[in-house]
Design a protein around this ligand. Structure first.
Ligand SMILES: C[S@@+](CC[C@H](N)C(=O)[O-])C[C@H]1O[C@@H](n2cnc3c(N)ncnc32)[C@H](O)[C@@H]1O
Length: 231
């Protein structure tokens, strides 16, 4: 049995998007299960685990040591990508945080370029914000896969840098469904239906005094509802 098979479905979905033979940055690693499982299975050659808080990082340090991976995984305290040099890693996982925080971590990396890197991002909230930010900031979304954890459904986004900033409107349907329309799983169906019902709620809220937003949301819902139904 592989080590990644012991991860919960959310972390395993993330693990399966990491490319083989790469060096991984696990940003906000907490317990360090993701990076250690991938290294134990020989999927990654090593990498860097980092966390902004000492308690979680200490857990990761213990996990790395217990797994005999001290020579392959470096554990560092710090915010976002700041503790990592861009030539040290190939794939970057940022999981279990809000979509806005994930975007700000990429934005504030201080790195010159993300060319050749693969980002595996799992927002706990505000996925539309993150999708739009990625497209506006030179990234393309390659793939998305829905997953479920503790009764909640989430999306895992795999993105690459293409260097082309897209001018994408906040009411563009892609901002809300991304690449998930290609995922035929029950998790994706639930996730997309919840996205639709959240938009319905926002439309209702806008109907009390914000006619312009209500109209934009109505048009958006009319565009994405059939796409979700057709899946
Ligand atoms: C909910 S846990 C997720 C852990 C793991 N990535 C996962 O998906 O299971 C979030 C972790 O991110 C860390 N964190 C929050 N903000 C951060 C930042 N700006 N830079 C690095 N780590 C951060 C927290 O300390 C915490 O350990």
């Amino acid at each position: 049995m592989k080590h990644i098979d012991n991860l919960d479905s959310r972390l395993k979905t993330i693990a399966l998007m990491v490319r083989s033979e790469t060096r991984l940055a696990d940003v906000g690693c907490d317990h360090g299960y993701l990076i250690t499982s991938l290294a134990c299975d020989g999927i990654i050659t090593g990498g860097v685990a980092c966390d902004i808080n000492k308690g979680p990082l200490d857990n990761a340090i213990a996990e790395v040591a217990k797994s005999g991976l001290n020579d392959k995984i470096s554990c560092r305290l710090g915010s976002g990508l700041e503790p990592i040099q861009e030539n040290e890693v190939d794939d970057i996982a940022i999981a279990g945080m809000g979509g806005e925080l994930i975007a700000s971590i990429i934005e504030n990396s201080g790195w010159k370029s993300f060319e050749g890197k693969h980002l595996i991002l799992q927002p706990m909230s505000r996925a539309p914000y993150l999708r739009r930010w990625l497209l506006q900031n030179g990234f393309s979304i390659e793939k998305e896969k829905a997953c479920s954890s503790a009764g909640h459904d989430y999306t895992v986004i795999s993105a690459v840098f293409i260097g082309e900033n897209k001018d994408i409107d906040e009411y563009d349907p892609y901002v809300y469904i991304g690449e998930l329309f290609k995922d035929s799983s029950d998790e994706a169906e639930r996730y997309l239906k919840r996205t639709l019902s959240e938009l319905e709620k926002q439309r209702k809220g806008a109907s009390f005094g914000n006619a312009e937003r209500e109209k934009a949301l109505t048009q958006l819902i009319e565009k994405i509802a059939p796409v979700i139904e057709r899946r």
